[in-house]
Design a protein around this ligand. Sequence first.
Ligand SMILES: [Zn+2]
Length: 281
Amino acid sequence: MPLFGSDSKTKSSLDGLWLKCNNCGEIVYKKEVDKNLKVCPKCNYHFRMSAKEWIDILIDQNTFHELWDNIESIDPLDFKDRSRYRDKLKEAQKQAGVNDAVVTGYGTLNDMFINIGIFDFNFMGGSMGSVVGEKITRLIEKAAQEESNLLIVTSSGGARMQEGIFSLVQMAKTNAALSRLKKNKTLYLALLTDPTTGGVAASFASVADIIIAEPKALIGFAGPRVISDTIGQKLPEGFQRAEFLLEHGMIDMVIERKVIKKTITQIIRLLGNTEKKLTAS
Ligand SMILES: [Zn+2]
């Protein structure tokens, strides 16, 4: 019997059990991928993860405290294309289980205090609107004030077009907040996952003290096709992938998911704040 029969009932029940890898195209057992931190066991492709899955991997059990989960977009432009933006937001909230494209909060990472912001690509492609910008800014300001560690895990298609200029100003707003970190010893780490593009790549994702990326993650401002059409040239192999950016000095390291917590732990022990305790926050 073929793996995916023509019977739609059989297909949908199998869909939940098996995954087709985006990279090698192999059909892999979903449970095996989940057990492997959502990395393909055949080719090492790093599947996208939700904000909640990242918290489970990085933050010590039962230590995560979410902040500002009540901030929601007010649809400043009363935007409508095929459907109304405010309806899209409600739909995305229901589907992704988060209030907007970034989850912010604090907790401990191997017993060391950390402020963390994690993008959720399931929410409108991780796009940055006024809510994302505000939450990231508040997180940066909190870290600056406390001189405590800051980690932002990015996965974003860029600015949220439904908020127009209100999305674009978030780049300046978040970077202005980051300039306050320079005045003290706050360690800021960015973990760039697939894909980190547009306004997020062009702002806070690119100016961290240490920029870490996942293997083969797409990182860049405009998409490769747009660039290729604009300059009228063929782009080099692996252009805008994490390994290419590492070779060209744009990022500091490419780290596999299975050792990411260990790596961040080592960096904080060397350069971060190891004094601050969770209870003091
Ligand atoms: Zn694969």
